[in-house]
Design a protein around this ligand. Structure first.
Ligand SMILES: Nc1ncnc2c1ncn2[C@@H]1O[C@H](COP(=O)(O)OP(=O)(O)OP(=O)(O)O)[C@@H](O)[C@H]1O
Ligand SMILES: [Mg+2]
Length: 322
């Protein structure tokens, strides 16, 4: 088979469900070979639908998509030979063990018989399931199932990996382990990764570029640094020494920028041209009683809020609660 660049090219992609919404409403995405692309969006934004179309599980209503140089509609089998997929809802058989799943998948993917055992062992170690390999999946935690699902997606050594919310519901340790494995795949094997997430931190740590989708449309795209720079101004957070002083501090900070309080502190997004020193000087001059004062660079949360009018962390927690 000829060598194809393992990128992704999407033009004017639309997917309308028969009795549902226009889940994907004309999106353009380019992912370079070997890039990690973070696809961010709240519940129902169209992330999974996009993944389903790009992995040939759903046909598009309009537009085109090429994955690894192949058209997802006309060259489905070729696309499938290049990709590994871990869907949001992992389809595992509770009665099989982790090792059974890997052997089965290796057989289905045409991995040579003598390679199967070694490969299963390697993958189980890589995703941290070596000790649980011979236990039935019915006894796995949510995080263990996600890790097994990642191992299954890697069986045929795909050049492009699709991960749909791979870390939702994982504990911080498993999340970090999965980030490391994804980063390693890109670094050492040049794998292209298309990853959806509701965690801004995940996109920030892992993704070379980020696309934010909201109601089927891409509302922002760029490197995490570019997106943050677009928002520009940092925020200043003051922690009152006495809760009763909150309003007093807020009134004092009001001239410095628009209000941006959190439960913990009183905060403003700084006006252009102002810095922390301006506030410190004013605090000194006015004798305001502040326990701590902190300058924060804009985060992806700020970007998300600015682009969609919503915060995302709350949305992610809702999903976990379900
Ligand atoms: N099979 C379906 N039939 C009809 N509508 C659907 C179907 N699947 C998804 N939708 C709708 O399409 C929209 C996009 O859903 P999608 O699953 O792509 O969102 P998502 O970004 O993956 O959300 P989440 O973060 O909750 O996984 C939603 O309004 C959803 O209700
Ligand atoms: Mg989804």
């Amino acid at each position: 088979m000829e060598e194809r660049a393992n990128g992704i090219e999407v033009h004017g992609l639309v997917r309308e469900y028969k009795k549902g919404p226009r889940a994907v409403d004309g999106i353009d995405i380019t992912v370079a070979p070997g890039e990690i692309y973070g696809f961010l969006g709240p519940n129902g934004a169209g992330k999974s639908t996009t993944v389903h179309v790009l992995t040939t599980l759903l046909p598009p209503t309009a537009g085109t998509a090429r994955v690894g140089g192949y058209d997802v509609v006309k060259e489905g089998p070729k696309v499938r030979s290049m990709i590994g997929v871990a869907l949001q809802e992992a389809a595992l058989d509770p009665l099989l063990t982790g090792r059974d799943h890997l052997r089965l998948q290796a057989t289905l993917q045409g991995v040579r018989k003598h390679r199967r055992k070694v490969q299963a062992d390697e993958l189980l170690i890589r995703v941290g399931l070596a000790d649980a390999a011979d236990r039935k999946v019915s006894g796995y935690s949510g995080g263990m199932k996600r890790r097994l699902d990642l191992a299954l997606a890697l069986v045929h050594m795909p050049r492009i990996l699709f991960l749909d919310e791979p870390t939702t519901g994982l504990d911080p340790q498993s999340r970090t382990a999965l980030w490391e494995e994804v980063a390693r795949l890109r670094r050492e094997e040049g794998v292209t990764v298309f990853l959806t997430t509701q965690y801004l931190e995940e996109a920030d740590v892992l993704a070379d570029r980020v696309g934010i989708i909201d109601q089927g449309k891409i509302v922002a795209e760029g490197t995490p640094a570019e997106l943050k720079a677009e928002i520009g101004r940092p925020s200043v957070h003051a922690i009152p020494r006495d809760e009763q002083d909150r309003e007093k501090i807020a009134a004092f900070l009001a001239p410095f920028g628009e209000r941006l309080d959190t439960t913990r502190d009183v905060a403003v997004r700084l006006r252009d041209g102002l810095g922390l020193t301006d506030i410190v000087r004013a605090v000194d001059a006015n004798g305001v009683d502040i326990a701590d004062l902190e300058l924060r660079a804009p985060s992806l949360d700020d970007v998300f809020l600015a682009k969609t009018g919503r915060t995302l962390e709350g949305a992610a927690e809702e999903t976990e609660a379900r």
